[in-house]
Design a binder for this molecule. Structure first.
Ligand code: ZN
Length: 363
């Protein structure tokens, strides 16, 4: 469906012929004409330099062209069209109790075969976000905080929210004709964390405004994940991600961390992570500007989940700046990365965001 653009392969063979053909020509000329004698070599040398310089200019031009037009994202093999249904992703070898409120999902207890887990090192993988294509498995880690634990019913409700976000992404994928299939892992992970965390407030530019923001939120998210992973028997966050990912058959694995606190949800894409191969979205149980204990029942917001998830696949924020600052007809007020609506049914993926997540580049 999408292949290497033909222009790119033509360019490649032209460059190859230029360099290889040129070298042969010079070698042949050298043998035939016996150049290299003093005084006679100035002409051929000038020609040789000119050939090298023209070739170099061509290479620089090609490089600039490649930078301006990144290659089309590779569509995973066997990718099926989006069908608007969110499936279940098996976590091979995991055992645990089914959730009494939604027995499709179960809480991780242990691996059926001990020592099979945690042996593979975290793969370094790509250091930039992958396209949102193929089978995408969402794996959840629930972390109790402030002396409270996630209840089975709250976890079942959170899964219902994730499912809504997944259905929305698949429907948008159908609209864009992008082969995407969202699957929720049937095994989820639960633990508690009582490590106190200081909240340091800094300021960060958001579009045209400067707003208060928790400092070091990304580092804290990664450290928090590693603490949770250690309590669950893994070496650290990278080990947990590598061990579980290899047991879930999917083209892309997404980790959703759910702290039982209020706070500001955030995404840590692969290019921002400090742990090899780890990218995750932190979905707070209530949206607030800063982390604080929950005072209301937990509520995982589907629109926020979808927004943060798209960050993991390269989508950028589009709020805080006027719509006219984007190229015409690429972003509307309804774009999910603008978040000016709170209901998923009123949000959509506009052309610029679709392009960022690899949904538009046709050959
Ligand atoms: Zn965002």
């Amino acid at each position: 469906m999408r292949t290497l653009p033909r222009g790119a392969s033509d360019l490649k063979s032209i460059r190859l012929w230029y360099w290889v053909g040129g070298l042969f020509a010079f070698a042949a000329a050298g043998i035939l004409l016996g150049w290299g004698h003093e005084g006679e070599s100035v002409g051929p040398l000038t020609l040789f330099l000119a050939w090298g310089l023209i070739g170099l200019a061509g290479e620089v031009g090609t490089l600039l062209l490649a930078l301006r037009h990144p290659p089309a994202p590779r569509i995973p093999q066997h990718a099926r069209p989006a069908d608007g249904e969110v499936g279940l992703a098996r976590v091979t070898g995991a055992s645990g109790e089914p959730n009494p409120f939604d027995p499709r999902y179960r809480r991780f207890e242990q691996w059926e075969q001990e020592n099979a887990a945690g042996t593979s090192p975290a793969s370094l993988g790509p250091s930039r976000p992958p396209p949102l294509l193929g089978r995408v498995a969402w794996i959840s880690l629930f972390i109790g905080r402030d002396g409270r634990s996630w209840s089975d019913s709250a976890i079942a409700e959170a899964h219902a929210s994730l499912r809504r976000a997944g259905v929305w992404i698949e429907r948008e994928a159908m609209r864009w004709n992008a082969p995407v299939n969202v699957e929720l892992a049937e095994t989820y992970f639960v633990t508690e964390d009582e490590t106190p965390e200081d909240v340091v407030i800094g300021f960060q530019r958001e579009g045209e405004h400067e707003g208060p923001l928790e400092r070091d939120a990304v580092t804290k998210a990664l450290v928090g994940m590693s603490r949770a992973a250690a309590r669950l028997g893994f070496r650290d966050g990278a080990d947990m991600v590598a061990s579980v990912n290899q047991r879930v058959d999917a083209d892309a694995h997404v980790w959703l961390v759910h702290p039982l606190r209020a706070g500001r949800s955030l995404a840590v894409p692969l290019d921002q992570t400090e742990l090899a191969g780890v990218s995750l979205a932190v979905c707070y149980a209530r949206e607030e500007s800063f982390p604080e204990p929950l005072t209301k029942p937990p509520y995982t917001d589907s629109a926020t989940v979808a927004h943060e998830l798209l960050h993991l696949f390269g989508a950028t924020d589009k709020y805080g700046v006027p719509l006219r600052s984007f190229p015409a007809q690429t972003v509307t007020a309804r774009d999910i990365m603008r978040l000016s609506q709170s209901s998923l049914s009123r949000l959509r993926i506009d052309p610029l965001t679709a392009d960022e997540i690899g949904w538009t580049r046709e050959a």
